[in-house]
Ligand binder design. Structure first.
Ligand code: ZN
Length: 112
């Protein structure tokens, strides 16, 4: 895992939506000081684990499909994003420093 900051790249990849993003094996943050933001980095590390479990490309396909389904359901981009199972897991566990060491395989399924 490598953490680097690039506001421009993040703006392009997330359509100016995110302050950080996991793109296996990288974590991209919008500002250098965010490299030391423990909760944010932990959140992105959870996404890296999810990506590995789904063969990386499978994660992005699932993520996009689930976003579209939830966007249709909620008619709100922010709500759709927050309710993607990968995000629900990451937000629920980002403050738990030991979570990844005991996280079950495909744990995001519990957040569907
Ligand atoms: Zn996230």
């Amino acid at each position: 895992m490598l953490v680097f900051s690039s506001r421009r790249l993040l703006k392009i990849l997330s359509l100016d939506f995110a302050s950080a993003m996991a793109l296996y094996p990288f974590i991209i943050v919008s500002h250098p000081y965010l490299k030391n933001h423990e909760t944010l980095i932990r959140h992105e590390k959870i996404h890296l684990r999810q990506q590995l479990e789904l063969g990386i490309i499978g994660f992005y396909i699932w993520y996009a499909l689930e976003f579209l389904i939830r966007w249709f359901r909620y008619r709100n981009r922010r709500l759709a994003y927050e309710n993607i199972s990968f995000e629900r897991e990451a937000y629920a566990r980002e403050s738990d420093a030991t979570y990844l060491s005991r996280r079950p395989f495909w744990a995001f399924l519990a957040h569907l």
